[in-house]
Design a binder for this molecule. Structure first.
Ligand SMILES: Nc1ncnc2c1ncn2[C@@H]1O[C@H](COP(=O)(O)OP(=O)(O)O)[C@@H](O)[C@H]1O
Ligand SMILES: [Mg+2]
Length: 217
């Protein structure tokens, strides 16, 4: 699902964020990307999502070379990838149901179908009873779950999550991981960046470690 070949990323002259990263994530796999703060985890996810371009090297996602696809095909690529980033904010003036349905609106999915799918996605994260609430009326953990529902609504081939449990209590963090496992069982490949060693050990999945921009598996 993800094939990275000798990927380098340098944002500026002084520092190299990723240095000769070669790694593979199989279709249907659930794996963790870990390493200390500043190791390059977020950068790697951004390359997969084509939010950044590598300085050198190639990345294939679902067999497509995302480092070479034309601008016009980026939206289509992104729709096939669910993303949960910590700074992906919810729209304040929209209810959580509208937040989750938003992508479908852009895709011109019929209104009734939007509502049905958004409701089901919220149900999957246990928040359907709050569908008419606004983001500000929810706790941080609940907002995070809305962001996850939003990422999953399109049944993406790949789910990328960046420190998805960072501001959640342990019980909630475990629930989110269980949810990811269910999504994975339905066929979505899952890649989670985290520095939570305990969580990683509990889950018993494959772990890719990066340190100072290099893979250390
Ligand atoms: N937009 C950016 N501009 C310049 N340097 C950046 C940028 N984003 C990240 N970096 C640098 O790249 C390195 C890797 O960062 P990051 O990918 O965020 O690591 P991690 O997610 O593992 O903490 C760090 O040294 C960081 O300062
Ligand atoms: Mg990060």
């Amino acid at each position: 699902m993800i094939q990275a070949f000798h990927v380098y990323k340098q944002y500026d002259r002084e520092s190299v964020a990723l240095s000769d990263i070669t790694l593979h994530v199989e279709k249907g796999e659930f794996c963790f990307l870990t390493g200390p703060s500043g190791a390059g985890k977020t950068t790697f996810l951004k390359l997969v999502f084509r939010e950044e371009l590598p300085s050198q090297g190639q990345i294939l996602v679902g067999g497509r070379n995302v480092t070479a696809i034309p601008e016009a095909q980026i939206p289509e690529l992104r729709r096939s990838i669910g993303v949960v980033f910590q700074d992906f904010k919810l729209l304040k003036r929209k209810t959580i149901l509208e937040n989750v349905a938003f992508v479908l609106r852009i895709l011109a999915v019929p209104h009734k179908e939007q509502k049905r799918r958004a409701f089901n996605a919220l149900k999957a994260v246990g928040l359907h009873h709050k569908m008419h609430a606004y983001p500000m009326q929810l706790s941080g953990g609940e907002q995070q779950r809305v962001a996850i529902a939003r990422a999953l609504i399109n049944e993406p081939m790949l789910l990328l999550a960046d420190e998805p449990t960072g501001n959640l209590d342990p019980g909630m963090a475990q629930e989110i991981m269980t949810l990811f496992q269910e999504v994975n069982a339905r066929g979505t490949t899952v890649l989670v960046a985290t520095h939570d060693r305990e969580m990683i050990q509990r889950m018993g999945k494959r772990v890719i470690t990066i340190q100072r921009g290099r893979v250390n598996e």
